[in-house]
Unconditional design. Structure first.
Length: 388
Protein backbone atom coordinates (compact mmCIF):
# COMPACT_ATOMS: atom_id res chain seq x y z
CA UNK A 1 0.00 0.00 0.00
CA UNK A 2 1.49 3.33 -0.99
CA UNK A 3 -0.73 6.27 0.00
CA UNK A 4 0.54 9.84 -0.30
CA UNK A 5 2.50 11.46 2.51
CA UNK A 6 1.11 13.60 5.35
CA UNK A 7 -1.41 16.19 4.21
CA UNK A 8 -2.86 18.97 6.36
CA UNK A 9 -6.45 18.44 5.21
CA UNK A 10 -7.78 15.01 6.08
CA UNK A 11 -11.33 13.76 5.43
CA UNK A 12 -13.51 13.85 8.52
CA UNK A 13 -14.99 10.56 9.73
CA UNK A 14 -18.75 10.11 9.81
CA UNK A 15 -20.42 10.49 13.22
CA UNK A 16 -20.85 6.70 13.48
CA UNK A 17 -17.18 6.11 12.62
CA UNK A 18 -16.09 8.73 15.13
CA UNK A 19 -18.26 7.10 17.80
CA UNK A 20 -16.69 3.71 17.06
CA UNK A 21 -13.22 5.22 17.35
CA UNK A 22 -14.14 6.86 20.65
CA UNK A 23 -15.40 3.51 21.96
CA UNK A 24 -12.11 1.89 21.01
CA UNK A 25 -10.16 4.70 22.68
CA UNK A 26 -12.11 4.05 25.87
CA UNK A 27 -11.38 0.32 25.63
CA UNK A 28 -7.64 0.89 25.16
CA UNK A 29 -7.60 3.50 27.92
CA UNK A 30 -9.20 1.00 30.29
CA UNK A 31 -6.41 -1.45 29.50
CA UNK A 32 -3.83 1.25 30.26
CA UNK A 33 -5.62 2.21 33.49
CA UNK A 34 -5.53 -1.43 34.60
CA UNK A 35 -1.77 -1.72 34.07
CA UNK A 36 -0.48 1.87 34.05
CA UNK A 37 1.40 1.24 30.79
CA UNK A 38 0.98 -1.08 27.81
CA UNK A 39 3.43 -2.12 25.12
CA UNK A 40 2.95 -0.63 21.70
CA UNK A 41 2.34 -4.16 20.39
CA UNK A 42 -0.68 -4.38 22.71
CA UNK A 43 -1.90 -0.96 21.58
CA UNK A 44 -1.50 -1.96 17.92
CA UNK A 45 -3.25 -5.28 18.51
CA UNK A 46 -6.28 -3.55 19.99
CA UNK A 47 -6.28 -0.76 17.41
CA UNK A 48 -6.33 -3.28 14.57
CA UNK A 49 -8.09 -6.33 15.95
CA UNK A 50 -10.30 -5.47 18.95
CA UNK A 51 -13.59 -7.31 18.23
CA UNK A 52 -16.10 -5.07 16.47
CA UNK A 53 -13.97 -1.94 16.87
CA UNK A 54 -10.44 -2.57 15.59
CA UNK A 55 -9.46 -1.50 12.11
CA UNK A 56 -9.61 -5.01 10.66
CA UNK A 57 -12.43 -6.19 12.91
CA UNK A 58 -14.86 -3.31 12.37
CA UNK A 59 -17.04 -2.40 9.43
CA UNK A 60 -15.19 0.59 7.93
CA UNK A 61 -14.20 0.49 4.26
CA UNK A 62 -10.50 -0.29 4.03
CA UNK A 63 -9.57 -1.15 0.48
CA UNK A 64 -9.91 0.63 -2.84
CA UNK A 65 -10.43 4.26 -3.73
CA UNK A 66 -13.15 4.67 -1.08
CA UNK A 67 -10.96 3.12 1.61
CA UNK A 68 -7.51 3.86 2.98
CA UNK A 69 -5.22 2.14 0.48
CA UNK A 70 -5.10 0.03 -2.65
CA UNK A 71 -3.27 -3.31 -2.65
CA UNK A 72 -1.74 -5.05 -5.65
CA UNK A 73 -4.74 -7.34 -6.40
CA UNK A 74 -6.92 -4.22 -6.52
CA UNK A 75 -4.70 -2.70 -9.19
CA UNK A 76 -4.85 -5.57 -11.67
CA UNK A 77 -6.07 -9.18 -11.93
CA UNK A 78 -2.73 -9.92 -13.59
CA UNK A 79 -1.15 -9.83 -10.13
CA UNK A 80 -3.25 -12.76 -8.94
CA UNK A 81 -2.65 -14.57 -12.21
CA UNK A 82 1.10 -14.36 -11.59
CA UNK A 83 0.65 -15.68 -8.03
CA UNK A 84 -1.36 -18.57 -9.47
CA UNK A 85 1.50 -19.25 -11.87
CA UNK A 86 3.80 -19.71 -8.88
CA UNK A 87 1.37 -22.01 -7.09
CA UNK A 88 0.51 -24.20 -10.08
CA UNK A 89 3.67 -26.37 -10.17
CA UNK A 90 3.42 -26.90 -6.40
CA UNK A 91 -0.21 -27.98 -6.61
CA UNK A 92 0.63 -30.23 -9.54
CA UNK A 93 3.42 -31.90 -7.54
CA UNK A 94 1.00 -32.40 -4.66
CA UNK A 95 -1.78 -33.82 -6.81
CA UNK A 96 -3.50 -30.43 -6.36
CA UNK A 97 -3.57 -30.11 -2.53
CA UNK A 98 -5.16 -27.02 -0.97
CA UNK A 99 -4.50 -23.28 -0.93
CA UNK A 100 -4.65 -21.26 2.29
CA UNK A 101 -4.68 -17.46 2.18
CA UNK A 102 -4.17 -15.20 5.18
CA UNK A 103 -5.92 -11.85 5.35
CA UNK A 104 -7.75 -12.09 2.04
CA UNK A 105 -8.95 -8.46 2.08
CA UNK A 106 -11.69 -7.90 -0.46
CA UNK A 107 -11.31 -11.40 -1.91
CA UNK A 108 -9.92 -10.18 -5.23
CA UNK A 109 -6.66 -12.11 -4.91
CA UNK A 110 -8.56 -15.31 -4.12
CA UNK A 111 -10.80 -14.80 -7.14
CA UNK A 112 -7.85 -14.03 -9.42
CA UNK A 113 -5.86 -17.04 -8.23
CA UNK A 114 -8.80 -19.41 -8.58
CA UNK A 115 -9.67 -18.14 -12.06
CA UNK A 116 -6.10 -18.60 -13.30
CA UNK A 117 -5.64 -21.99 -11.65
CA UNK A 118 -8.84 -23.10 -13.34
CA UNK A 119 -7.47 -21.90 -16.69
CA UNK A 120 -4.29 -23.87 -16.00
CA UNK A 121 -6.36 -26.95 -15.07
CA UNK A 122 -4.76 -26.93 -11.64
CA UNK A 123 -7.52 -26.06 -9.19
CA UNK A 124 -6.90 -26.87 -5.51
CA UNK A 125 -9.25 -29.18 -3.70
CA UNK A 126 -10.09 -26.33 -1.32
CA UNK A 127 -9.25 -22.65 -1.12
CA UNK A 128 -9.14 -21.81 2.58
CA UNK A 129 -9.17 -18.26 3.98
CA UNK A 130 -8.11 -17.28 7.49
CA UNK A 131 -9.38 -13.81 8.39
CA UNK A 132 -10.18 -12.22 11.75
CA UNK A 133 -12.92 -9.99 10.32
CA UNK A 134 -16.44 -11.30 9.81
CA UNK A 135 -17.20 -8.15 7.80
CA UNK A 136 -14.30 -8.83 5.44
CA UNK A 137 -15.26 -12.49 5.14
CA UNK A 138 -18.71 -11.40 3.98
CA UNK A 139 -17.12 -9.03 1.47
CA UNK A 140 -14.82 -11.79 0.24
CA UNK A 141 -17.78 -14.09 -0.29
CA UNK A 142 -19.58 -11.37 -2.28
CA UNK A 143 -16.50 -10.76 -4.45
CA UNK A 144 -16.02 -14.43 -5.16
CA UNK A 145 -19.73 -14.88 -5.90
CA UNK A 146 -19.50 -12.10 -8.47
CA UNK A 147 -16.19 -12.98 -10.14
CA UNK A 148 -16.03 -16.79 -9.88
CA UNK A 149 -19.52 -17.92 -8.77
CA UNK A 150 -18.99 -21.49 -9.95
CA UNK A 151 -15.96 -21.85 -7.65
CA UNK A 152 -17.39 -20.43 -4.41
CA UNK A 153 -18.24 -23.89 -3.10
CA UNK A 154 -14.52 -24.64 -3.18
CA UNK A 155 -13.79 -21.81 -0.70
CA UNK A 156 -13.78 -22.38 3.04
CA UNK A 157 -13.40 -19.75 5.78
CA UNK A 158 -11.46 -20.70 8.90
CA UNK A 159 -11.14 -18.98 12.27
CA UNK A 160 -7.95 -20.84 13.17
CA UNK A 161 -5.08 -22.68 11.53
CA UNK A 162 -5.57 -26.33 10.64
CA UNK A 163 -3.32 -28.67 12.62
CA UNK A 164 -1.79 -30.03 9.42
CA UNK A 165 -1.78 -28.64 5.91
CA UNK A 166 -0.65 -29.88 2.51
CA UNK A 167 -0.60 -27.30 -0.27
CA UNK A 168 0.22 -23.63 -0.80
CA UNK A 169 0.09 -20.84 1.77
CA UNK A 170 -0.10 -17.23 0.56
CA UNK A 171 -0.15 -13.88 2.32
CA UNK A 172 -0.18 -10.52 0.54
CA UNK A 173 0.50 -7.58 2.87
CA UNK A 174 -0.09 -9.70 5.95
CA UNK A 175 3.24 -9.57 7.78
CA UNK A 176 3.31 -5.76 7.97
CA UNK A 177 0.06 -5.74 9.97
CA UNK A 178 1.28 -8.09 12.70
CA UNK A 179 1.75 -5.99 15.87
CA UNK A 180 5.27 -4.75 16.48
CA UNK A 181 7.16 -3.75 19.60
CA UNK A 182 9.06 -0.45 19.66
CA UNK A 183 12.62 -0.44 20.97
CA UNK A 184 14.76 2.62 21.64
CA UNK A 185 18.50 2.71 22.28
CA UNK A 186 19.55 5.90 24.03
CA UNK A 187 22.78 7.86 23.63
CA UNK A 188 24.38 5.86 26.46
CA UNK A 189 23.56 2.54 24.80
CA UNK A 190 20.74 1.43 27.13
CA UNK A 191 17.78 -0.36 25.55
CA UNK A 192 14.20 0.71 26.32
CA UNK A 193 10.78 -0.49 25.24
CA UNK A 194 8.57 2.37 24.11
CA UNK A 195 5.02 1.88 25.34
CA UNK A 196 1.77 3.80 25.64
CA UNK A 197 0.29 5.70 28.60
CA UNK A 198 -2.72 7.97 29.01
CA UNK A 199 -2.03 11.63 29.86
CA UNK A 200 -4.89 13.70 28.43
CA UNK A 201 -4.64 11.37 25.45
CA UNK A 202 -2.30 8.62 24.31
CA UNK A 203 1.38 9.39 24.93
CA UNK A 204 4.70 7.60 24.76
CA UNK A 205 6.64 6.35 27.77
CA UNK A 206 9.88 4.37 27.69
CA UNK A 207 10.74 1.61 30.14
CA UNK A 208 14.11 -0.08 30.49
CA UNK A 209 13.96 -3.42 28.73
CA UNK A 210 13.81 -6.29 31.20
CA UNK A 211 15.55 -9.62 30.50
CA UNK A 212 13.48 -11.68 28.08
CA UNK A 213 12.93 -12.45 24.39
CA UNK A 214 12.54 -8.81 23.28
CA UNK A 215 15.78 -7.75 25.00
CA UNK A 216 17.56 -10.70 23.40
CA UNK A 217 16.29 -9.75 19.93
CA UNK A 218 17.13 -6.08 20.40
CA UNK A 219 20.61 -6.80 21.79
CA UNK A 220 21.44 -9.00 18.81
CA UNK A 221 20.78 -6.10 16.41
CA UNK A 222 23.59 -3.86 17.79
CA UNK A 223 21.51 -0.74 17.18
CA UNK A 224 23.21 2.67 16.93
CA UNK A 225 22.77 5.21 19.71
CA UNK A 226 19.63 7.39 19.75
CA UNK A 227 17.81 4.87 17.58
CA UNK A 228 14.11 3.91 17.51
CA UNK A 229 12.92 0.86 15.59
CA UNK A 230 10.32 -1.90 15.40
CA UNK A 231 10.80 -5.57 16.22
CA UNK A 232 8.11 -8.16 15.50
CA UNK A 233 8.37 -11.15 17.86
CA UNK A 234 4.73 -11.94 17.07
CA UNK A 235 5.55 -12.11 13.37
CA UNK A 236 8.27 -14.62 14.11
CA UNK A 237 5.78 -16.60 16.19
CA UNK A 238 3.34 -16.49 13.26
CA UNK A 239 6.00 -17.91 10.92
CA UNK A 240 6.62 -20.69 13.44
CA UNK A 241 2.90 -21.54 13.59
CA UNK A 242 2.60 -21.63 9.79
CA UNK A 243 5.75 -23.74 9.46
CA UNK A 244 4.51 -26.18 12.10
CA UNK A 245 1.19 -26.51 10.28
CA UNK A 246 2.79 -27.15 6.85
CA UNK A 247 3.37 -30.86 6.33
CA UNK A 248 4.24 -30.55 2.66
CA UNK A 249 4.03 -27.66 0.23
CA UNK A 250 5.10 -24.04 -0.21
CA UNK A 251 4.62 -20.63 1.40
CA UNK A 252 4.56 -17.33 -0.51
CA UNK A 253 4.59 -13.91 1.16
CA UNK A 254 4.52 -10.55 -0.61
CA UNK A 255 5.02 -7.41 1.43
CA UNK A 256 7.06 -4.24 1.71
CA UNK A 257 10.30 -4.14 3.66
CA UNK A 258 14.03 -4.80 3.67
CA UNK A 259 16.64 -7.29 4.83
CA UNK A 260 18.08 -6.45 8.26
CA UNK A 261 21.13 -4.66 6.86
CA UNK A 262 18.86 -2.06 5.28
CA UNK A 263 16.08 -2.20 7.86
CA UNK A 264 18.34 -1.21 10.73
CA UNK A 265 20.47 1.23 8.74
CA UNK A 266 21.85 4.07 10.85
CA UNK A 267 19.90 6.65 8.85
CA UNK A 268 16.58 4.89 9.52
CA UNK A 269 16.75 5.98 13.15
CA UNK A 270 13.03 6.63 13.65
CA UNK A 271 11.75 3.34 12.32
CA UNK A 272 9.11 2.65 9.71
CA UNK A 273 5.86 2.69 11.71
CA UNK A 274 3.05 4.45 9.82
CA UNK A 275 -0.68 5.03 10.01
CA UNK A 276 -2.77 4.98 6.82
CA UNK A 277 -6.00 6.93 6.61
CA UNK A 278 -7.98 7.69 3.45
CA UNK A 279 -4.95 7.37 1.16
CA UNK A 280 -2.77 9.52 3.40
CA UNK A 281 0.30 8.28 5.28
CA UNK A 282 0.65 9.64 8.81
CA UNK A 283 3.41 9.38 11.38
CA UNK A 284 0.96 9.54 14.32
CA UNK A 285 -0.19 6.01 15.27
CA UNK A 286 -2.71 7.48 17.71
CA UNK A 287 -4.75 9.19 14.97
CA UNK A 288 -8.37 7.94 15.01
CA UNK A 289 -7.77 4.44 16.44
CA UNK A 290 -9.85 1.85 14.64
CA UNK A 291 -10.20 4.07 11.57
CA UNK A 292 -6.52 4.13 10.63
CA UNK A 293 -4.41 1.19 9.56
CA UNK A 294 -1.11 0.70 11.39
CA UNK A 295 1.83 -0.98 9.69
CA UNK A 296 5.56 -1.37 9.86
CA UNK A 297 7.92 -2.50 7.14
CA UNK A 298 8.94 -6.15 7.26
CA UNK A 299 12.41 -7.32 8.29
CA UNK A 300 12.79 -10.10 5.73
CA UNK A 301 15.96 -11.39 7.42
CA UNK A 302 13.84 -12.05 10.52
CA UNK A 303 11.27 -13.82 8.32
CA UNK A 304 14.00 -16.00 6.82
CA UNK A 305 15.62 -16.77 10.19
CA UNK A 306 12.29 -17.77 11.74
CA UNK A 307 11.48 -20.02 8.77
CA UNK A 308 14.97 -21.53 8.72
CA UNK A 309 14.78 -22.36 12.42
CA UNK A 310 11.59 -24.30 11.67
CA UNK A 311 13.25 -26.35 8.94
CA UNK A 312 11.73 -24.61 5.93
CA UNK A 313 13.66 -24.41 2.67
CA UNK A 314 14.10 -20.99 1.08
CA UNK A 315 12.82 -21.08 -2.52
CA UNK A 316 13.64 -17.47 -3.34
CA UNK A 317 13.69 -13.82 -2.27
CA UNK A 318 13.34 -11.08 -4.90
CA UNK A 319 11.81 -7.66 -5.46
CA UNK A 320 8.16 -7.58 -6.51
CA UNK A 321 9.22 -6.34 -9.93
CA UNK A 322 11.57 -9.28 -10.43
CA UNK A 323 8.94 -11.66 -9.13
CA UNK A 324 6.14 -10.46 -11.42
CA UNK A 325 8.33 -10.23 -14.52
CA UNK A 326 9.58 -13.79 -14.02
CA UNK A 327 6.09 -15.05 -13.13
CA UNK A 328 4.78 -14.07 -16.56
CA UNK A 329 3.43 -10.55 -16.17
CA UNK A 330 4.71 -9.26 -19.57
CA UNK A 331 3.26 -12.24 -21.43
CA UNK A 332 -0.09 -11.92 -19.67
CA UNK A 333 -0.19 -8.20 -20.40
CA UNK A 334 0.62 -8.74 -24.08
CA UNK A 335 -2.19 -11.30 -24.40
CA UNK A 336 -4.89 -8.83 -23.34
CA UNK A 337 -7.29 -7.42 -25.93
CA UNK A 338 -6.62 -3.79 -26.96
CA UNK A 339 -9.59 -2.48 -24.95
CA UNK A 340 -8.01 -3.72 -21.72
CA UNK A 341 -4.37 -3.10 -22.52
CA UNK A 342 -3.93 0.58 -21.61
CA UNK A 343 -5.41 0.39 -18.10
CA UNK A 344 -3.56 -2.87 -17.47
CA UNK A 345 -0.28 -1.34 -18.64
CA UNK A 346 -0.75 1.54 -16.21
CA UNK A 347 -1.36 -0.90 -13.35
CA UNK A 348 1.64 -2.96 -14.42
CA UNK A 349 3.81 0.15 -14.19
CA UNK A 350 2.68 0.75 -10.59
CA UNK A 351 3.33 -2.87 -9.68
CA UNK A 352 6.85 -3.00 -11.14
CA UNK A 353 8.28 0.52 -11.21
CA UNK A 354 11.09 1.18 -8.69
CA UNK A 355 9.40 4.50 -7.95
CA UNK A 356 6.11 2.76 -7.10
CA UNK A 357 5.77 -0.79 -5.69
CA UNK A 358 8.37 -2.66 -7.71
CA UNK A 359 11.40 -2.22 -5.48
CA UNK A 360 10.06 -1.62 -1.97
CA UNK A 361 7.78 -4.67 -2.13
CA UNK A 362 9.43 -8.09 -1.99
CA UNK A 363 8.40 -11.70 -2.58
CA UNK A 364 9.76 -14.54 -0.48
CA UNK A 365 8.93 -18.24 -0.75
CA UNK A 366 9.66 -21.32 1.35
CA UNK A 367 8.89 -25.01 1.03
CA UNK A 368 8.80 -28.20 3.06
CA UNK A 369 9.19 -31.76 1.75
CA UNK A 370 8.85 -30.53 -1.82
CA UNK A 371 11.10 -31.70 -4.64
CA UNK A 372 10.28 -29.72 -7.79
CA UNK A 373 11.93 -30.30 -11.15
CA UNK A 374 12.58 -26.56 -11.58
CA UNK A 375 12.63 -23.30 -9.62
CA UNK A 376 9.28 -21.71 -8.88
CA UNK A 377 8.00 -19.18 -11.43
CA UNK A 378 8.78 -15.76 -10.01
CA UNK A 379 12.12 -16.85 -8.56
CA UNK A 380 13.89 -18.37 -11.56
CA UNK A 381 15.98 -15.27 -12.29
CA UNK A 382 16.95 -14.44 -8.71
CA UNK A 383 20.48 -13.05 -8.32
CA UNK A 384 22.72 -11.87 -5.53
CA UNK A 385 21.16 -8.39 -5.48
CA UNK A 386 18.75 -9.47 -2.76
CA UNK A 387 20.55 -11.03 0.16
CA UNK A 388 19.06 -11.96 3.51
Amino acid sequence: MLPSQDKPQLPLPTPDARAASDALIAKIRAEIDAHGWISFADYMRMALYAPGLGYYAGGAAKFGQSGDFVTAPGLSPLFGACVAGTLAPVLDALDHGDVLEFGAGTGHLAAQVLAELERLDCLPRRYQIVDVSAELAARQRATLSTLVPHLVDRVQWLDRLPEQFVGCVIGNEVLDAIPCDLVYRDSAGALFERGVVWKDGFNWEDRLLAPGPLLALASALELPADYLTEIQPQMQGFIHSVATMLTRGAILFLDYGFPSGEYYHAQRNRGTLMAHYRHHSLTDPFFLPGLSDLTCHVDFSAVYNAADQCGLQLEGYVSQAQYLLDAGLPERLAALPPAQYLSAASATHKLTSPAEMGELFKAIAFSRNLALPALLPGFRNADDSYRL
